[in-house]
Ligand binder design. Structure first.
Ligand code: BYC
Length: 331
């Protein structure tokens, strides 16, 4: 069991028989479905992987506010504006739960922000694409939030307790986000010919980037084998991508939209759709900082951080004063 070879790195995942002491107890607990809590012993690699994944996830939520925030002032009705505002606020909340979960592993929030602002930390590739029309807000909710749900529902069973628990609430909210996106798409598809064209155009541009959200193909995934052995990840990247395609195709049919893939076809043998892989070279460029909006997104986050310096200073000064006042007076 758990002896998968990580082909891309050549490193093997240790079998239970190769483990001893604390490491073996740790793995046995995971194998039995137990949760790991912050004060428990854990291998350095597990801690490092959890910090990486949770902080990347938190950064994705925070950067993910930008493409949608772009449309708050231009939402077509007051109701749509209120809904979008609530959704963008939810993303901020998700980021905060996740930063808290990562902090339980010994990294500070300042360190995580440093990693984001310096370009060292990754965040989801999808947020480096622009939202050009109102239909893009529909496509983001429908496709991006749906991809997020596919990925995150299994993470509610992830082995690290604080992450799994954060995911329960996040998934409930993502489900509302997905439905609001589909609702926008339905309205546009039932509207004028021009509105339907906008919906199709949004699907055309967001389809491949949504497939990329699940990460590289399994054969090129560096972390999957170890993360699955530690039950940090419950499914492989390709499994979830397939599940996403199988769910979205009938939804697109219902909307009267066409998935932009000439090779899309039902495959009876596998019980799922065959589809064209996204352009993995483009994916690599995006995750290494060279996507259409990477620079703009990071600049916006750095500016928000710099503009907020006076608030942090004020809060720190106030906290220091309170600490001083709370000190018992000698005598
Ligand atoms: N974008 O070995 P692999 C949301 C990186 S929030 C960027 O397969 P792993 C939402 C990967 O980090 C969505 N980078 O990695 C928010 C690794 O590089 P490093 C965020 C990616 O970790 C607001 C390298 O490629 N969701 O939906 O086993 C509004 C090799 O990959 C991506 C999460 O973060 C990508 N798409 O699997 C609306 C969920 N894919 O770190 C919506 C939690 C791969 O070695 N995360 N990379 O430099 C996960 O489930 C996993 O981390 C992933 C990747 C499936 C994303």
């Amino acid at each position: 069991m758990y002896a998968q070879i990580v082909e891309s790195t050549g490193k093997a995942v240790k079998t239970l028989n190769e483990m001893e002491g604390e490491e073996r107890v740790f793995q046995e607990r995971i194998n039995a479905g137990g949760k790991i809590e912050p004060k428990d012993w854990m291998p350095d690699g597990y801690r490092k992987t959890m910090v990486r994944q949770i902080s990347q996830h938190a950064h994705s939520e925070i950067v993910g506010q930008l493409p949608e925030g772009n449309w708050i002032t231009r939402a077509p009705t007051l109701e749509r504006k209120a809904i979008l505002l609530a959704k963008v606020q939810d993303e901020a909340g998700h980021g905060l739960y996740l930063y808290c979960a990562a902090e339980t592993l010994g990294i500070s929030r300042d360190q995580m922000f440093d990693q984001l602002h310096s370009g060292k930390a990754k965040y989801s590739s999808i947020f480096n694409y622009p939202t050009l029309t109102w239909a893009d807000i529909g496509a983001v909710g429908w496709l991006v939030d749906q991809a997020a749900i596919m990925n995150q529902v299994p993470l509610q069973r992830s082995s690290y307790g604080p992450y799994a628990r954060a995911m329960v609430r996040i998934c409930k909210e993502e489900s509302f986000h997905q439905r609001q996106g589909f609702d926008i798409m339905m309205k546009m598809c039932e509207g004028t010919a021009a509105q339907k064209r906008m919906a199709q155009d949004a699907l055309n541009r967001f389809w491949a980037p949504s497939l990329m959200m699940f990460g590289p193909p399994d054969a090129d995934s560096v972390h999957s084998a170890q993360s699955m052995a530690w039950k940090i990840k419950m499914n492989s990247n390709d499994e979830l991508r397939q599940k996403f395609v199988d769910a979205v195709v009938p939804q697109a049919e219902f909307l009267g939209l066409t998935i932009p893939d000439e090779n899309l076809a039902w495959n009876d043998k596998k019980g799922g759709y065959d589809f064209t892989d996204p352009d993995w070279q483009e994916f690599m460029a995006v995750i290494h900082g060279n996507g259409p909006c990477n620079r703009e997104r990071l600049a916006a986050r750095v500016k928000a951080w710099d503009d907020g310096a006076w608030v942090r200073d004020g809060l720190n000064t106030h906290a220091a004063k309170k600490r001083k006042a709370a000190k018992p007076v000698a005598g």
